[in-house]
Design a protein around this ligand. Structure first.
Ligand SMILES: [Zn+2]
Length: 225
């Protein structure tokens, strides 16, 4: 005979491990909700800050951080007398990247904000306007730019006038400079080599972008030939 406790006693409270697991799950859910709320609030704050931007610049704190970083790099260069000029070039190029990325992002944002939300073809104001962020791969790294878009009744299309003004492709994240570099590189070498050359030049060109450009050039070559 097994001696199980009466059924009512067994059902009254779940096992301690089950209770612990449920508590952990509730805690995790609360944590996730907090995270989502915070991310939502941060995105709303970023959108609001972007919408108010009229001119690119760096804050005093950012300029100071740049200066500190630069001084640390110059010290580092000083501590390596065995290295040649190549090392100095690399260090200094790295020092400039983040401030230039911030400035590029803000200058692009100011340009997007100054672009009227009207149809590039019909020049009429767009309907049902909305605000949306997009990611751009630039020579200084990834940028995020918010821009207005809306519906043109005559063209019956959604238009993003700021993307047009900034020279951005519809479905490709590459900036005009990266578009140009991509086209140049794949006109001279296969995409798998172009990835390595781009990396050495400090450009993050994705294999996907290079493949797509190689394909596009191939199609252009076929139609021309
Ligand atoms: Zn139109």
């Amino acid at each position: 005979m097994t001696t199980l406790p009466p059924t009512s006693a067994r059902l009254r409270r779940p096992h301690v491990k089950v209770r612990q697991a449920r508590r952990a799950q509730r805690k995790e859910q609360r944590h996730l909700t907090d995270q989502i709320m915070q991310a939502g609030a941060a995105a709303a704050a970023a959108a609001q800050a972007a919408a108010g931007l009229t001119k690119a610049g760096l804050t005093d704190a950012e300029l100071q951080a740049w200066r500190h970083d630069l001084e640390a790099r110059l010290d580092h260069i000083q501590q390596h007398p065995e290295q040649n000029l190549g090392f100095i070039e690399e260090q200094l190029a790295l020092a400039a990247k983040e401030p230039l990325r911030l400035l590029a992002q803000r200058a692009a944002q100011a340009k997007a904000n100054a672009t009227p939300c009207q149809c590039p073809a019909c020049q009429t104001g767009l309907m049902n306007q909305k605000y949306l962020a997009r990611r751009i791969d630039s020579r200084f790294g990834p940028l995020v730019v918010f821009r207005r878009y809306g519906w043109c009744r005559q063209c019956e299309t959604w238009h993003f006038p700021a993307d047009h003004a900034l020279g951005l492709g519809k479905n490709a994240p590459a900036s005009p400079y990266l578009q140009e570099m991509t086209a140049l590189l794949v006109s001279k070498m296969p995409p798998e080599q172009a990835v390595l050359v781009a990396q050495r030049m400090g450009l993050q060109l994705s294999r996907c972008t290079l493949d797509r450009e190689a394909h596009r050039q191939g199609l252009k070559g076929e139609s021309a030939g």
